[in-house]
Write a protein that binds this ligand. Structure first.
Ligand code: 4NP
Length: 156
């Protein structure tokens, strides 16, 4: 059964940024009392079936988020019909999604940080960096999640 609102978070690998967004937004939406269906996916299929990156999990768990049951998958054609909001972590993911989506669904695709009050609208890929990169990912995702919750509350 389709719930009121659905959100798909998208990055490149679906093991660092978008599963972090899924974990953070699930908890924040639940705390806000919103009934939102939430998933994440990657534009590429390097790590299909794998759990979130251990470094993302460690940083997220430290802030109380759960990554249980999350499994890497690739964006699928049916996603463009199924989800109301398809939120890209960076400009490259955004462009790739626009290239994949049928024309009637293009407007569902946005940069996730459009919902955050920050100048640079990209969540930087932390994969090849150190712990600070994973903390920055969490900071940006927490802020954008609050903005998205406020936006959905207004729209409902
Ligand atoms: P993500 O990070 O897009 O935030 O999941 C990456 C994960 C894996 C790779 C690149 C980015 N990779 O090249 O394997």
């Amino acid at each position: 059964m389709k719930q009121s609102t659905s959100v798909l978070f998208v990055c490149l690998g679906n093991i660092c940024r978008s599963p972090t967004a899924e974990a953070v937004f699930k908890r924040k939406a639940s705390e806000a009392g919103l009934n939102i269906y939430i998933e994440s996916a990657g534009t590429h299929g390097y790590h299909i079936g794998k759990p979130a990156d251990k470094r993302s999990q460690a940083a997220g768990v430290e802030r109380g988020y759960s990554f249980k049951g999350l499994k890497c998958r690739r964006v699928d054609e049916s996603d463009f019909e199924r989800f109301d909001y398809i939120l890209a972590m960076d400009n490259s993911n955004f462009k790739n999604l626009l290239g994949m989506a049928p024309s009637q669904y293009q407007e569902k695709i946005k940069l996730f940080l459009d919902f955050a009050d920050v100048e640079d609208k990209e969540v930087p890929d932390p994969y090849y960096g150190g712990k600070r990169g994973f903390e920055l990912v969490l900071d940006l995702i927490e802020e954008a999640s609050d903005g998205l919750i406020a936006h959905i509350k207004q729209a409902q």
